[in-house]
Ligand binder design. Structure first.
Ligand SMILES: [Zn+2]
Length: 317
């Protein structure tokens, strides 16, 4: 069987990771370059004259104009954390190189931190991924399907009635021959209003939406988007239909990956972040070796996410 070039590409190995990101100094140089490419700028007075000092091994800056002090990581996602930068980088490395998703429990073991710390770190990083993917738009040929996450909690109610089941749509932009390019995942009900809102945010004309004919997908008509329904009757006939091969393959992988990583996870509250993580990694899968740097740069440039906002999923970070 021929090897899948994407699956078998060279990733960033652990030895390479430790060679390049293993020390506090190495990570500091990178974060500093991403935050202040032209040199330090005081967050309060915008001055550039400054002095530097270390406190408990961490790099601080003091503005010579207004005396304002800040650490290298204040104002970034790494703020309010006692973890050294290489620990954050290792978490990002594990989350971006793993074949399947990495749970907070696995991060706890790998990083030697408490479970609440691992959970918080993971959710802050998933929020960075979500922000990076927020403006993603698909165009051209787009396969779309509806699906559910969760609902398989042990001892809980299964099926559509499960209180833990989260509806979402998966849309995959493909080449004309059906090869997947980029993907958008969105937690939402399967109503016409909701699909219309999804199309406005995530589809850019000219686009042709290929669906299984579910009623709500007709909502895109009149929005400059063509709708190509293939009524299949659902079930296996739909899952194996060649017109939906890209989206069905993606859905299969998402479910296997999330179910294998989070066997008893309640998806309802944080599903949008788990979906964003899958989407972020899928859309960067062609260049595994660059994902860590891209995520670390985004985390260095993103605003800090308060604990309250991380836990209350509905609040923006
Ligand atoms: Zn200043």
């Amino acid at each position: 069987m021929a090897q899948n070039k994407v699956q078998y590409q060279r990733g960033l190995s652990m030895p390479e990771f430790f060679d390049n990101y293993g020390s506090q100094e190495q990570c500091e140089i990178l974060v500093r370059g991403w935050r202040w490419a032209q040199g330090f700028i005081c967050p309060r007075c915008q001055g550039s004259w400054h002095s530097e000092f270390r406190r408990q091994g961490r790099l601080y800056f003091q503005c010579s104009g207004c005396r304002y002090q800040c650490s290298l990581v204040s104002g970034t996602v790494f703020e309010s954390s006692k973890l050294p930068l290489p620990t954050w980088f290792l978490a990002m490395h594990l989350m971006t190189q793993a074949k399947n998703n990495v749970s907070a429990l696995e991060l706890k073991r790998h990083l030697d931190v408490s479970y609440p710390t691992a959970w918080l770190l993971k959710h802050k990083l998933m929020q960075v991924m979500l922000l990076r993917e927020e403006s993603r738009q698909l165009t051209g040929r787009v396969e779309i399907d509806d699906s559910y996450l969760g609902g398989e909690v042990q001892g809980g109610k299964a099926g559509r009635g499960s209180p833990n089941k989260v509806p979402f749509v998966a849309a995959v932009q493909t080449t004309e021959s059906g090869q997947p390019i980029t993907m958008c995942l969105s937690q939402r009900p399967f109503t016409k209003e909701s699909i219309q809102a999804f199309a406005e945010k995530s589809l850019a004309a000219p686009a042709t939406l290929v669906s299984d004919g579910l009623g709500c997908f007709t909502a895109v008509r009149g929005m400059g988007i063509l709708h190509e329904p293939h009524v299949t009757g659902g079930g296996a006939a739909s899952a194996n239909h060649p017109s939906f091969l890209a989206v069905n393959t993606a859905l299969g992988n998402i479910k296997t990956s999330l179910a294998g990583t989070y066997p008893a996870f309640g998806f309802r509250k944080y599903a949008h972040r788990y979906l964003a993580q899958v989407q972020y990694l899928f859309n960067r899968r062609f260049d595994l070796r660059s994902i860590l740097r891209r995520l670390a740069r985004a985390a260095s440039q993103a605003r800090p996410c308060a604990l309250r906002a991380v836990r209350a999923a509905e609040l923006p970070c």
